[in-house]
Each structure stands twice: as structure tokens, then as C-alpha cells.
Design a protein around this ligand. Structure first.
Ligand SMILES: [Zn+2]
Ligand SMILES: [Zn+2]
Length: 136
């Protein structure tokens, strides 16, 4: 669905369609109506990861998500700043974009993958930081 500020909270930073809020176990995140990418505010991704069944929010087709994976220069949907490309240190095939002030964006299928790793591993990687990595 084309982005319409009256209907959508956010504009997808990758494909520029509208994102709608979805809620799982009282955690609200945003999902793109087109590419099914997911936006997580601040630490929502790791909170949601702990909730049983939360992979249900990741309805997108992974092969569809991959089409968008290679797009460089993704801007934060909140502040418009260029986001850092980062990856999960334990699962280096999972790349996601991070805005230090607002949150992170995952392509369709990535959250499901991400959820298969332990919180501790992910969090260690996050605080060590993997900023300023240039996409291959
Ligand atoms: Zn999108
Ligand atoms: Zn931001």
C-alpha cells in the first residue's frame, strides 16, 4: 500500500510503502505492507524475541525480503538519518539497519532467523557494536 500519513505510522525505509502497527503480546512493532520488513523501536526486537510465538509477526517471504537486503543507504523512518548497517555476530548472514536513537529495521524473514539465536549472544554483540561496516 502506498504510504499515506493518515493511515500509516511510518514509511518503509526500504521500499517507501506504508507500514502498519502490529502487536504481539503487548509489544507493538511496525510492518511494511509491501516488502513485509519489520521496524523495531529501540530494544523491541530483543524483547519480542523472548516472547513465545513472536516469530508470527514475521509474515513475509524470506526470498522476497532478500530482494531488499542489498539496498544501500537506508534512512531512519523517524529522523531521516542514514542508518548503520549491522549484523548479528553469531549469524552473520543476518544484516539489519540500525538507528542509534530510534531502532532497527529487519527484512522479511530475518526476525525468524534472528529469534533462533540466544538473547545473550545478540545483546553482547550489540553492546560491542558493529557500526560503520560497509556492505559487501
Ligand atoms: Zn517495505
Ligand atoms: Zn532515527
Amino acid at each position: 500500500m502506498e504510504y499515506n500519513p493518515d493511515v500509516h505510522n511510518l514509511q518503509c525505509p526500504k521500499c517507501e510503502h506504508g507500514m502498519v502497527e502490529i502487536t504481539h503480546d503487548e509489544i507493538a512493532i511496525d510492518r511494511c505492507t509491501n516488502c513485509q520488513g519489520l521496524w523495531f523501536d529501540t530494544d523491541e526486537a530483543h524483547q519480542l524475541k523472548l516472547r513465545p510465538g513472536s516469530e508470527a509477526v514475521d509474515t513475509g517471504d524470506k526470498s522476497e525480503g532478500w530482494k531488499y537486503d542489498s539496498r544501500a543507504n537506508v534512512n531512519c523512518p523517524h529522523c531521516g538519518n542514514l542508518m548503520d548497517l549491522s549484523y548479528d555476530p553469531k549469524q552473520i548472514h543476518i544484516w539489519y539497519e540500525v538507528c542509534d536513537d530510534h531502532g532497527m529495521f529487519m527484512d522479511a524473514g530475518e526476525f525468524t532467523d534472528f529469534k533462533n539465536e540466544t538473547l545473550l549472544d545478540w545483546f553482547r554483540g550489540l553492546i560491542k557494536g558493529h557500526r560503520n561496516i560497509v556492505a559487501p
